[in-house]
Structures are given as C-alpha cells and as structure tokens.
Ligand binder design. Sequence first.
Ligand SMILES: Cc1cc2nc3c(=O)[nH]c(=O)nc-3n(C[C@H](O)[C@H](O)[C@H](O)COP(=O)(O)OP(=O)(O)OC[C@H]3O[C@@H](n4cnc5c(N)ncnc54)[C@H](O)[C@@H]3O)c2cc1C
Ligand code: FES
Length: 368
Amino acid sequence: MPQQRYLCGLIQNMHTIKLKVDTIVRETPDAVAIYFRDEKGEIAHFWPGQFLTLVMQLDGKSARRSYSICTSPTVLPMIGICVKRVAGGLVSNYLVDKLQEGDVLEVLEPYGSFTLNYKMAQLPTLVLIGAGSGITPLMSIIKSVIDKPEAPKVHLFYGNRNEQSIIFKEQLEKLIDKYPGKLEVTHLLSQPSSSYAGMKGRIEAGIIQALCNEKQLFADVSANYYICGPDGMMHAVLGLLDSQGIPADRVHKESFFLAHKAEPVAEAPAAGGGDGTHQIKIKLDGQVHDLTVKPGKYILETALEHGLDLPYACTMGVCGMCRAVKVQGEMLIEEQEAISESEIEEGACLTCVSKPLSNDLVIDYDAR
Ligand SMILES: Cc1cc2nc3c(=O)[nH]c(=O)nc-3n(C[C@H](O)[C@H](O)[C@H](O)COP(=O)(O)OP(=O)(O)OC[C@H]3O[C@@H](n4cnc5c(N)ncnc54)[C@H](O)[C@@H]3O)c2cc1C
Ligand code: FES
C-alpha cells in the first residue's frame, strides 16, 4: 500500500476537507482524471457543474487552484476532477505528472454557479458546448441527467485539436451505447489525422449556428446552453446566442482563466484629500473588522494580510469564491467573469478584483 502523503496547505479556521486519491486515469498525454474517496463523507452534496478548490503547498509556495467536478453527485463518496496541463503551470503539472493514488489532498467544499438543478420537475433540453478541459463540468452535468427517463436528449458540441486530445472520449462512447438516443456528441477537431471522417474545425459562431439550426435547437424555448472553454470560443458562442435572441437566463458559462486582463484602471481618487488610503469595514461571522486599504491594493489582498479568513481561490475574478455584498459606499470592480451586471447592481461584488473608492465602504460576507 503506498505511503500516504499530505499535500495540504495550513489554513487557519477555514473548513477544508481531506480527500484520498483513489484512482488516477490518464485521459490524454496532458490530462488526468483524478477520482477521490471522501472517506469521512464530508461532502454531502454538490450541484453538477460545480468545482473543488485544491489547497496545496508546492515548492514552498501555497497555492489554491479550482478544478471542476466531472462526476455525478449520485456516486458520492466518490468524486472526480480532471486536470489538463498548462505550460509552466505550478499545480497542473504536479497533478498530471506526480500525484499518486493513495495521496491525500485538501480541498474547499464544492462551489460555483455553473450548475444544473437536476432535481427540477421538468428538465430542459441541454445544449453543452465545450473545448479541451472545458468538458469537465459538462461531463458532470451529462452523468447527472442521462439516466433520468424524463430527461430530454443532451446535445454536446465538443472541440479538440486531434483524436488523441479528446478527454473522456471512451466514457462518452460508453454513455452513448448505454443510453441510446439520450446523448448526441458532435466532435470538432482542428488538426485531425488524415483518416478522420468527422467534422473539422474549431468551435466558432458559424459552425455552432449551423449545427443548432440543423438540430432545430434555437426553436426549443426550453433549451439551456452550458458553455465552457477558452476565452475566444466562449465569446464567439455567447455572441451567437445573443444574436439569436436566447434569453440570458438560459445561457450559462464557466471561465477557467482570464487571458486578457483589462487595461490598467485609473487608481481610485483619494477620499477627502488624503493619500489614497481608505478605511473600510468588513462583516464576517457576525464580527465587524476595520481595515485600512492602501492605494492600488485590492480588498481581498488587504483582508488576507490582516489575517481575515476569507474564502477565495483564483484571485482574478473568475471563480466567484470571494463574492460578498456591498452594503454601502463606493468601490471599483475591475474586469471579472463571475458575476453579472444585474447582480452588481443588486450589491454583489468580488473582493479579489475590487478597490475602495470611499471611506464609508462596508462589505458583508455574511449576507452573500
Ligand atoms: C472555476 C474554475 C474551474 C476550473 N476547472 C478546471 C478543470 O476542470 N480542469 C483544468 O485543467 N483546469 C481548470 N481550471 C484552471 C485551474 O484552476 C488552473 O488555473 C490551471 O490548472 C493552471 O494552474 P497552474 O498552477 O498549473 O498554473 P499557474 O502556475 O497558475 O500559471 C502558469 C501560467 O499559465 C497561465 N495560466 C494559468 N491558468 C491557465 C489556463 N487555465 N489557461 C491558460 N493559461 C493559464 C498563467 O497566467 C501563468 O502564466 C479551473 C479554473 C477555475 C477558475
Ligand atoms: S477569488 Fe476567484 S473570483 Fe475572487
């Protein structure tokens, strides 16, 4: 039996869960699926489409990285993720190359709003559009509905470079065979082998429009669209759905990374003629904390430096874990992908990409 290794960060107070690596499956040369056993049963439930955040210490650095869950909640206490290597990346390369069965990882509880409520009475038609590792949350959604007799057919449009880079290829084929008529997968390969007989190309607006027209999906007023993949692909598909008049509440997206950060935003003006620092309040676990935020500093960054035990993962406005509520005052929220304009208007904010603009700013974590 392999010796247990503990690859855990030391997190004061924050609730973390230890998961034992049960099985590692090499999906492609650059991606592994990692299946954990939740031995203490600490994860009672999650929604298909949510992610786990790994809390690790590697090369003397603490690191948090989020990975979407690829399994259905029905197979708990087993729970899986899939990691694709990012060139030069600290955590993904470790997980793809060095993690071993029997290791124990520390994670934060499942989180995320890219979800399907599969317990609803009437499941919608599902149109899933993904590329590369973007298949991972879509796989959890597929597995969660495919055995439900009342669920309509699931359409998956899945982009990859070539036959060898298709993550979950075998699992998808098995699901198609096991549940005839329930899942239709259209692969799009940008650089396939010469013997490949399927569709060639990338996921872009024209191809997806043609496929949706062919399958009469735009006319289905129940159809819900779930999109996950690289920035360019997501923007193309979101633009298409918008141009087709698909209402925003039927369109769901998950970003893994923000390739293009906005141009540097002008620094917040100094309040009351001061030096640009702001005095703000943070409500957390029933207590109010007074913080001094220096010019150019983000609220989350400052709060962590002050020792506050706040939830976070990506620190770049993608995962949504640092979401809180602005009770009063003014703040600048820089480019982010995790909350909508209407949510911001209702008071939601992401502290990892936000800076104070006034001294009366109050942020409430308990109301989130
Ligand atoms: C909600 C959420 C869910 C996610 N789910 C998955 C998943 O299911 N599978 C998966 O493989 N990854 C997923 N990710 C991405 C994952 O969290 C890490 O960002 C990724 O593994 C890179 O981490 P790293 O430590 O290897 O790279 P880092 O050391 O953080 O970065 C190395 C370099 O690569 C760049 N970089 C970082 N991330 C990416 C990226 N995703 N694409 C391109 N360039 C990048 C950085 O800017 C840096 O230059 C998810 C991210 C989020 C926010
Ligand atoms: S920590 Fe991920 S959005 Fe703020």
